[in-house]
Ligand binder design. Structure first.
Ligand SMILES: Cc1cc2nc3c(=O)[nH]c(=O)nc-3n(C[C@H](O)[C@H](O)[C@H](O)COP(=O)(O)OP(=O)(O)OC[C@H]3O[C@@H](n4cnc5c(N)ncnc54)[C@H](O)[C@@H]3O)c2cc1C
Length: 389
C-alpha cells in the first residue's frame, strides 16, 4: 500500500488530521490499535475552545455540535464558602463549547466513512520505519497477516503510550515531566448539571469540579489519593464527598443518581521535544500531556494538527518544506503556554501535601485577586478560551 501520510492513532488528533488533509486533497490512511467501539467508549474531554470548533467547522463535521453543544460564556470559582463568576465572554469576546470528546470522535469517524477514507481498526504491532530517510514505512499486522504502507510522512497521533514516540532513539528526544501527588476520581451520571456553568472548587478537603456533557448528563470530579481504587468509592460516598466540597447552595441543589461511568485519572504534565524526527511528526497526547484542570488536552491536539495540516499542504501545493521545518517550534510554543496554564490552574485549585497554612493562604489570595481584578480575570479568560493559533 502507498499513501502520502500514514497516521498512527484514531483519537481526536489522528481523525481531525485525516479530515484536514482530505480537504486539501492529501490522501492518508489511519492505523488504530483498538476497535471502533472501544475508541468511541472512552469518556474524556468535554470543553472545546473556539479554535477547535472552528477547525471542526472547516472540515464540515460541526453540524451536530452546533445543534447539541452548549455555549458557555463563563465559569465559576468556588472557595471560602462562596462562588464567583469569571465572565469569559466579557473579557475576551469568546466562549467555550461543551461537547463530549466521544461525540467529536463519532462525528469525525462518520465523516471519514462518508468520504471513503481508509481506517484500519485493530491493527496490531504497528511500527514506524526509516523516518530518518526519504522513504518512511509503517508496518502492522491485521488478522495475522503483516502489511506495509509506504508513505511520504508518518504522523504519530497515538497518545501518550503509543509506538511513535517510543520508536525515536532516546538521544534524539528530550522530555520534561511533572507528576502531581493526586488524581481525579470522575463519574458520569444521567442527572441535570448542578449549575448552568462549570464550578471549579478549591476546598480544604480537596479540589472538586462540576461539569457536564449535556443538560441531562453531568460529569463530576473530586481530587483523590493516588492510592485510591474505584471500589473504595461507591456512588453514595462520591456524592457525599462532592457535596462537602461545594458551597451550601450548590450542595443543596445537587441532583444525584447512579453513576454510568467511574474512573480515576492520575494527573501529570509532560512534554517531549522536538515534535518532528525527519519524516515522522508527533501530534496531541503523543507529544504532550496536561492535567485536565485547564481543559486543554483535546484542544492542544486540535491546534497541533492544524499546524501540521498547514505544513503538509505547503509541502504538496507549494513544494516548500518550510512549514514542516518549523512545525515543531510553532506547535511547542503554543503547547508550553497551555502547559503553564494547566499547571497554574492545578496549583491554585488543589490540596498538595504541603498546602497547609502558608500554601492555603497563597491560594486564597490568588483566588481573591482573580475575582476582584479585571486584569487577572482577563488573563485567566484568554487562556481558558484558548490562545490564538
Ligand atoms: C479524565 C480526563 C479529562 C479530560 N478532560 C479534558 C477536557 O476537558 N478538555 C480537553 O481538551 N482535554 C481533556 N482531556 C484530555 C484529552 O482527552 C486528550 O488530550 C485527547 O484524547 C488527546 O487526543 P489524541 O488523539 O492526541 O490522543 P488519544 O485520544 O489518546 O488517541 C490516541 C489513539 O492512538 C491509539 N493508539 C495508541 N497506541 C497505538 C499503536 N501502537 N498503534 C495504533 N494505534 C495506537 C489509541 O488507541 C487511541 O485511539 C482529558 C483527559 C482525561 C483523562
Amino acid at each position: 500500500m502507498r499513501t502520502k501520510v500514514a497516521i498512527i492513532g484514531a483519537g481526536p488528533a489522528g481523525l481531525l488530521l485525516g479530515q484536514l488533509l482530505h480537504t486539501c486533497g492529501i490522501d492518508n490512511i489511519i492505523l488504530e490499535r483498538r476497535d471502533r467501539g472501544y475508541v468511541l467508549a472512552r469518556i474524556r474531554a468535554g470543553v472545546l475552545e473556539q479554535g477547535t470548533v472552528d477547525l471542526l467547522d472547516q472540515v464540515g463535521v460541526a453540524a451536530r455540535l452546533h445543534r447539541e453543544g452548549l455555549i458557555h460564556d463563563g465559569i465559576e470559582l468556588a472557595f471560602a464558602g462562596s462562588r464567583h463568576r469569571i465572565d469569559l465572554k466579557e473579557a475576551t469576546g469568546k466562549s467555550v463549547t461543551i461537547y463530549g470528546q466521544t461525540e467529536v470522535t463519532r462525528d469525525l469517524m462518520d465523516a471519514r466513512d462518508k468520504c471513503g477514507l481508509v481506517t484500519v481498526y485493530e491493527a496490531d504491532h504497528v511500527k514506524p520505519h526509516d523516518f530518518d530517510s526519504d522513504h518512511p514505512r509503517v508496518s502492522y499486522t491485521k488478522d495475522g497477516i503483516t502489511h506495509e504502507i509506504e508513505c511520504d510522512f508518518i504522523a504519530g497521533c497515538d497518545g501518550s503510550h503509543g509506538i511513535s514516540r517510543a520508536s525515536v532513539k532516546p538521544s534524539a528526544i528530550e522530555t520534561f515531566e511533572r507528576i502531581y501527588p493526586f488524581g481525579w476520581l470522575g463519574i458520569l451520571s444521567e442527572t441535570p448539571p448542578v449549575s448552568p456553568e462549570l464550578i471549579y472548587s478549591n476546598h480544604a478537603r480537596g479540589f472538586a469540579l462540576c461539569t457536564m456533557r449535556s443538560m441531562r448528563r453531568s460529569r463530576y470530579y473530586v481530587q483523590c489519593s493516588l492510592d485510591d481504587h474505584i471500589d473504595q468509592w461507591p456512588d453514595d460516598r462520591f456524592w457525599d464527598e462532592l457535596k462537602r466540597r461545594l458551597d451550601q447552595e450548590a450542595a443543596d441543589k445537587l441532583v444525584t443518581g447512579p453513576s454510568i461511568e467511574k474512573s480515576i485519572a492520575p494527573l501529570r504534565s509532560f512534554v517531549a521535544e522536538p515534535m518532528r524526527f525527519g519524516r515522522m511528526v508527533l501530534a496531541g497526547d503523543a507529544a504532550h500531556i496536561v492535567p485536565p484542570t485547564g481543559a486543554k488536552g483535546l484542544n492542544l491536539a486540535a491546534s497541533d494538527v492544524h499546524y501540521l495540516a498547514q505544513a503538509l499542504r505547503e509541502y504538496y501545493d507549494e513544494k516548500s518544506s518550510a512549514g514542516i521545518d518549523h512545525y515543531s517550534e510553532k506547535a511547542l510554543s503554543r503547547v508550553w503556554k497551555a502547559v503553564r496554564f494547566s499547571w497554574w490552574m492545578t496549583a491554585m485549585m488543589h490540596r498538595f501535601p504541603d498546602t497547609e497554612g502558608f500554601g492555603a493562604r497563597i491560594q486564597l489570595a490568588e483566588l481573591n485577586y482573580l475575582v476582584n481584578s479585571k486584569a487577572a480575570a482577563a488573563s485567566l479568560s484568554e487562556n481558558y478560551v484558548g490562545l490564538p493559533y
